[in-house]
Write a protein that binds this ligand. Structure first.
Ligand SMILES: [Zn+2]
Length: 470
């Protein structure tokens, strides 16, 4: 794999880019801030109006402004190091600087979210007061609520780059402990197990009316990514409360009569994305508990559309992401044979027609590097990946690589991010690029991590030891 490296390097370009990038970032953040406020208040468990409605939509702008420039500066880490640009070093650089940027900006994000959600008319919404109250309640770790979801992408990406040894044993253990701190154990007040996405819920400070426990429940996407990350980091899953996840309290508890799944026990959409997450969880734990596989299989088959692709839910538009979810769910649940030969051939055709250099998610949409994973993995599951054009796919993914910042973006010439960096690497792994671990298409983790998981299953059955089932 080769990457062009510009022969000359003018140091002024670095400073000009740094300053203009910082200023541009600041203006974009300020311009989009009101939309972010409204979105955050709409998502608030306390309701839109009580969280402030449309008033004070610039509350919390201070921490955002403070975070804009350092983030831009961090993205210029790689030219400063003077390391040679290879796809490997550039991607690794993007992953690590993304992690550092997340580490610095997350505390500011936590403060911003709290100010946005403060009661209308509340006096204690200065950055200083909010920071003090978070520290009083939770200490330093309170500032890192929501940090793990970003760490998950970065950890998986570092594994595919075969560079997990960059994380010290202590760092790995800290991530493992942090993930277990998100595990929800059902009791008389908490109704659904699994993992929650962040410690943010633990920060609500109005116990008289909104007890934290009322809102504590697992989320299927977070449960899937947390277990996958634990496996990647070499954890033995012994602290996992399998009973609360499998036996009717988590995965099966969110299955709908039509066979689909919602993300959590209350107030959520139910569609193909969560069908996929449910299958990943059951497959990784090697236990399908009370999940009704046949109604789930029927839900998937009934979501196949006239053009051959699969939609997010009945009667919707075929989509590359949901076609992947559907096929991976069928494979993980050992039900691929539910597809008739005609359906299988039409899906292959629909998927192959998504290639236009790189891959697009739907007809008439621009190509995007992450679809080299979504469509590529789906093609691998139905055994048609070899029919795609490898060279055009590889050329497009590499054109999305940022040789200054590191990592991959969705389109050439825009900012790279951990999400597209990870999926760009997966796309290259499918093309058997050297230096990258093989990725398991359906479960979306490295084959090395999957083999470790299989060893775990074998050792459990050999020793006849059931993992924590209380
Ligand atoms: Zn994308």
């Amino acid at each position: 794999m080769e990457v062009e490296v510009k022969a000359t390097f003018n140091p002024n370009i670095y400073w000009t880019s740094l300053i203009s990038g910082g200023v541009a970032g600041l203006f974009v953040d300020i311009a989009l801030f009101p939309i972010d406020t409204i979105k955050t208040r709409l998502q608030s468990e306390r309701g839109f109006k009580r969280s402030g409605g449309f008033t004070g939509i610039y509350k919390g702008i201070g921490p955002v402004a403070a975070g804009s420039s350092p983030t831009a500066a961090l993205f210029f880490w790689e030219p400063v190091t003077g390391l040679s640009s290879t796809p490997f070093s550039v991607a690794l650089c993007g992953a690590i600087s993304g992690g550092i940027a997340a580490g610095i900006t997350t505390p500011l994000d936590v403060i911003k979210t709290r100010i946005m959600l403060a009661d209308a008319g509340s006096k204690n919404t200065s950055v200083r007061n909010v920071a003090k109250s978070i520290y009083r309640e939770k200490g330093v770790k309170g500032f890192f609520a929501g940090f793990v979801p970003r760490v998950l992408w970065i950890t998986i990406g570092i594994d595919v780059l075969d560079s997990l040894d960059l994380l010290s044993d202590t760092a790995k253990q800290n991530i493992i402990d942090w993930i277990y701190s998100l595990q929800v154990i059902p009791n008389s007040d908490v109704h659904c197990g699994g993992f929650q996405g962040a410690t943010t819920l633990n920060l609500l400070d109005c116990p008289e009316k909104y007890s934290t426990d009322d809102y504590k429940w697992g989320h299927l996407a977070m449960t899937y990514t947390c277990i996958a990350t634990l496996i990647i980091l070499g954890d033995d899953l012994s602290r996992l409360n399998r009973k609360s996840i499998i036996e009717g309290r988590s995965v099966a508890a969110v299955q709908r009569p039509n066979g689909s799944f919602s993300a959590s026990i209350e107030g959520n959409e139910y569609d193909m994305r969560f069908v996929y997450c449910a299958c990943c969880i059951c497959h990784m734990l090697n236990d399908w508990g009370c999940v009704n596989k046949s109604t789930m299989g029927a839900y998937i088959i009934n979501s196949i559309r006239y053009d051959g692709g699969v939609s997010q839910h009945f009667e919707m538009e075929s989509h590359g992401g949901t076609t992947f979810c559907a096929l991976a769910a069928l494979q993980l649940s050992d039900q691929l044979e539910l597809l008739s030969s005609t359906q299988r051939e039409k899906i292959k055709r629909w998927l192959l027609f998504r290639q236009d250099g790189g891959f697009q998610g739907r007809p008439n949409k621009p190509i995007d590097s992450c679809y080299s994973f979504w469509i590529g993995a789906a093609l691998k599951i139905v055994g048609a990946f070899e029919l795609s054009n490898f060279k055009e796919n590889k050329d497009y993914i590499l054109s999305c690589q940022d040789s200054v910042v590191g990592g991959f973006s969705k389109w050439p010439g825009i900012s790279s991010d951990p999400f597209h960096t990870y999926f760009g690497l997966c796309g290259l792994s499918f093309l058997r690029e050297p230096g990258l671990l093989e990725v398991m298409p359906s479960l979306n983790i490295s084959m090395r991590a999957y083999e470790r998981l299989q060893q775990l299953w074998n050792s459990q059955s050999n020793n006849d030891v059931q993992l924590n089932i209380d």
